[in-house]
Design a binder for this molecule. Structure first.
Ligand SMILES: C[S@@+](CC[C@H](N)C(=O)[O-])C[C@H]1O[C@@H](n2cnc3c(N)ncnc32)[C@H](O)[C@@H]1O
Ligand SMILES: [Zn+2]
Length: 376
């Protein structure tokens, strides 16, 4: 097998990866799956997990339920010094063979390898003293079928991270499939990335509710290929509900959060579309993101991480949804003005406005669409 592997460096960890995965556009699943483009996804995990463990009291166990060749888990074992034990699980024995080679190559000794179906693996860790301080779910496509088992395997007060790559479903191409997998439907809108993240969080929250726990999002991250959410799993207290809908008016561009379904746009009175039910609470914990920023220097991560984290910090307490400069230009029927200029014009008019980490050409604001259009 070794002849088909090549050595690369990711963060401070030496990885052995299938040669084909470095050259083909869609990395092959055989002999084992590795996606070099998910490096930033793993970089953020390293920062988020080490930040989380700083304040976590309890056994510092990491459960990687769909590990592939162990790129994430062995990086965690090698780079996040606070972690005590790492469980590396996948259904593909060839992936696990490579993962073991990688562990040896990095002199990592605190990993336990298992070949199991992910839900079965997670169920084996659902007893209180065997749960993970951190649990990761990184499947092909949707994480929805693993969420129950993953929550059960997460320590109360622990961190659950999930990746979703079923972008067409989350972007509204297949609303029935989306409802089936995430309990909510999207609308097709410029800020579809945020809707997708809120649908994943909404589904996680509904499942958590069934299991008598609740979630508190700490951090979310996306790029063209995936959505990643990091949530704290907490004992349920009270009945406060951070579920709702987003009303989206295609006619005038108005959008805002609603608790109950109403279809009339308050700006132009047209019939509006509705996304949800989905998570309407915060996407980031500002203090956690600040700690991530402080921590990031300890690691060898992509330089874009810093910029993205700064944006997350600034948008942490902004209202849901964002506007792209292109959609504003389209409505104004003129060429787009720069993001910086747009933001400063809105701020000068007395509103709040910030860039968003979810889209490099978009901004969050508390101004309504009619107010934005009269300012720009
Ligand atoms: C996207 S890859 C994981 C990538 C890995 N986390 C990383 O960062 O490189 C998904 C993995 O899930 C494994 N897999 C698919 N279905 C599974 C299941 N039901 N149980 C366990 N592993 C599964 C595949 O073999 C594959 O290695
Ligand atoms: Zn309207």
């Amino acid at each position: 097998m070794e002849s088909t592997l090549v050595e690369i460096m990711e963060g401070r960890t030496r990885l052995l990866v299938p040669k084909q995965s470095m050259v083909s556009k869609a990395p092959p699943k055989e002999p084992a799956f590795f996606n070099p483009r998910a490096r930033i996804n793993r970089d953020f995990s390293i920062i988020a997990y080490s930040t989380f463990l700083q304040k976590f009291k309890g056994p510092k166990i990491f459960l990687d339920s769909l590990s592939g060749i162990g790129a994430r888990s062995i990086r965690v074992a090698n780079e996040v010094h606070a972690v005590e034990k790492v469980f590396v699980n996948d259904v593909n024995p060839k992936a696990l063979e490579i993962a073991q080679e990688i562990a040896k190559l990095n002199n990592v000794t605190n990993c336990v390898f298992s070949e199991n179906e992910a839900c079965r693996f997670l169920s084996l860790h659902s007893k209180r003293d065997q749960r993970g301080a951190i649990v990761d779910v990184d499947p092909f496509g949707s994480p929805s079928k693993y969420i129950d088992c993953a929550i059960r395997a997460t320590f109360h007060g622990g961190l659950l991270s999930t990746t979703a790559t079923d972008l067409t479903v989350l972007h509204g191409l297949f609303p029935t499939a989306c409802k089936r997998k995430y309990y909510g439907v999207p609308v097709r809108a410029e800020y579809g990335d945020e809707i997708a993240l809120r649908l994943i969080l909404g589904c996680t929250n509904l499942v958590a509710g069934r299991l008598d726990v609740k979630i508190a999002p700490l951090f979310v991250q996306n790029n063209m290929h995936y959505y990643k959410t990091y949530v704290k799993v907490l004992v349920r207290t009270g009945d406060e509900e951070e579920m709702g809908y987003i009303l989206n008016c295609k006619n005038c561009g108005n959008r805002h959060v609603i608790k109950e379904i109403t279809r009339e746009c308050e700006v132009c009175k047209s019939k509006a579309g509705i996304a949800g039910p989905l998570w309407i609470g915060r996407l980031y914990d500002k203090e956690f993101v600040e700690d991530m920023i402080a921590n990031k220097e300890k690691f060898e991560v992509d330089k874009s991480c810093k910029k993205i984290l700064e944006k997350c910090k600034n948008e942490a307490d902004m209202p849901p949804t964002y506007f792209t400069i292109d959609e504003i230009a389209h409505m104004k029927k003129c060429p787009p003005i720069s993001l910086a200029k747009t933001i400063s014009k809105i701020q000068n008019a007395g509103f709040r406005a910030t860039p968003t980490s979810l889209n490099p050409a978009a901004f969050k604001t508390d101004a309504r669409i009619d107010e934005i259009l009269s300012i720009i």
